[in-house]
Write a protein that binds this ligand. Structure first.
Ligand code: IMP
Length: 496
């Protein structure tokens, strides 16, 4: 890949081993992909350590779901680690797309990683998708099969003598949990495991040995997190979480212990969530329970894209927008925002379109709301973050003001955020669904900050908002992203 004028992070300026871990600071979709892609340039090895095709990292011209973002550099080694669950059919498709790109790096798949096959997807679609609002990619059931010792690993795909028998047992264990009419054909899954799985198995290599060598040879490793800390199966907003650990400790499951030199959390503003679950600062709160789309048939495609408006939360306005057109709608809302009169749904519509907030994996319209500093602080503490990376703030340009959450009201009591570092207690966190946000408004900026590359270019109010947020989050904002392109970023300061 061509180089950009992006300085090497200070902790990588050593002959010895060093590593960086990028962690989503929210419920995923924090625009981590671009950050990993940018930072990959200064690392030798890029490793995905958790999750599977529920992720979607959008880079310049491609969205990667399972393959690490370093694949687009010719000279990088990419590892799909043993904490991952990999769909071989999607992997093949993704690899074919990657091969059309100008540069393709080296890829190694851990033999211990688990494989998502048709029966696990059937189980996800038949249950958790409705209950939790999962991505329906078979993530949870595959981790379940891992725990039950009935799952298929990448190493199994390479052992043709025993594969069919193992797959049969795995499918039968799932079919026992499905209604008879939903049973998955054992033969079909065996075929998938042999054919698509065979393609995946060709990338299998000893990831543990590679990591060991990296430590010895002083290589620089980038751990590419997927999803976000608030979706962590233990630390997240249970039960609306994913099925793996998404936080810093999960880097310990790579097969060879490598310390994390710097852990950086990515925080988007406005922040978003897809699927169900509590989101106290959501504009037009739904808790994600109302996902029925009221489609107007002949405008189906447009309305699909406007999901947050046409989702049943605002069907009449949805019709109105189709009538007046998107640009007119955006100007009308902008005017209202500047007069301080926009409704929450209007803000969701505006920022949704402005930031193209549609899921990279499912295409679902993301739920949106102001950056929640209370949750962000909790994420800093869970992960022992060394620095923060702010993304998407450019969408606030010209909108009059910036909102943050700085506390909650819960059961008639208020819990203002204590800027000395107090965060929600465990008990309060459990009750997040019932919490109402305490909103702090700061003055916005008129100048469009999109694409800026220098701190000094930023308007005074943008800098004040960044300083306000980083104080609450507890770590410095080191990188401030000003757009989706690789070089649209401001390098601000060293990690703590
Ligand atoms: P699962 O990971 O498909 O089991 O879904 C569990 C929850 O995590 C659902 O609310 C998903 O929408 C959410 N989720 C999983 N992966 C991502 C991601 O990469 N970005 C955003 N949300 C995600």
């Amino acid at each position: 890949m061509g180089t950009i004028a992006f300085p090497k992070p200070s902790w990588l300026e050593t002959d010895k081993f060093a590593s960086t871990c990028i962690i989503g600071g929210q419920w995923g979709d924090e625009a981590k992909g671009k950050i990993v892609y940018t930072l990959a340039e200064h690392h030798d090895i890029i490793m995905r350590y958790n999750g599977g095709p529920n992720a979607g990292h959008t880079l310049d011209n491609i969205t990667l779901h399972q393959i690490p973002s370093g694949i687009l550099y010719e000279d990088k080694i990419n590892i799909m680690g043993q904490g991952m669950v990999i769909n071989p059919t999607l992997f093949k498709r993704e690899m074919e797309e990657v091969k059309t790109m100008p540069y393709v790096g080296h890829l190694v798949v851990s033999p211990n990683a688990h494989v998502i096959l048709k029966h696990e997807i059937a189980l996800d679609l038949g249950g958790a998708k409705q209950m939790v609002g999962t991505t329906g990619k078979g993530i949870g059931p595959t981790y379940e099969q891992r725990a039950a010792r009935t799952g298929i690993r990448v190493a199994d795909l390479a052992d043709r003598k025993t594969l069919a028998d193992k797959v049969r047992k795995s499918v039968e264990s799932v079919n026992r949990r499905l209604q008879k009419e939903s049973w998955v054909s054992v033969d079909e899954v065996i075929k998938e495991a042999e054919e698509e799985g065979g393609f995946l198995a060709d990338y299998m290599d000893d990831a543990t040995r590679l990591l060991k060598g990296a430590k010895k040879e002083g290589k620089k490793v980038l751990f590419e997190g997927a999803q976000g800390a608030l979706l962590d199966v233990d630390n997240g907003t249970w039960p609306n979480v994913t099925s793996s650990n998404t936080t810093r400790p999960s880097v310990g499951q790579t097969g060879y212990y490598l310390p994390v030199t710097k852990a950086l959390g990515v925080f988007k503003a406005p922040m978003s969530r897809v699927g169900k679950g509590p989101f106290p600062s959501e504009w037009g709160r739904t808790d994600g329970t109302n996902e029925t789309r009221h489609l107007i048939e002949d405008e189906k495609e447009f309305i699909e894209a406007m999901g947050f408006i046409s989702s049943g939360r605002m069907p009449d306005a949805g019709k109105e927008i189709v009538k007046i057109g998107r640009d007119a709608m955006m100007s009308a809302i902008l005017e209202k925002m500047n007069a301080g009169k926009a409704t929450d749904m209007e803000k969701a519509a505006y920022f949704g379109w402005k930031g193209m907030e549609f899921g990279a994996t499912t295409g679902r319209a993301r739920r949106l709301g102001p950056l929640d500093l209370v949750l962000a602080r909790r994420v800093t503490d869970i992960n022992g973050l060394d620095g923060a990376i702010f993304t998407k703030w450019d969408v606030y340009s010209g909108t009059g003001e910036v909102e943050f959450v700085e506390g909650y009201c819960l059961n008639d009591a208020s819990y203002p955020f204590d800027y000395s570092g107090e965060y929600l207690s465990e008990m309060e966190f459990l009750n997040l669904r019932a919490a109402d946000p305490m909103i702090k408004k700061l003055p916005g900026w008129t100048q469009d900050i999109r694409g800026m590359t220098e701190w000094d270019q930023l308007p005074k109010n943008t800098k004040s908002a960044i300083k306000f947020a980083e104080k609450a989050i507890g770590v410095p904002c080191m990188y401030f992203s000003t757009g989706p392109k690789k070089d649209e970023i401001i390098v601000r300061m060293k990690a703590k």
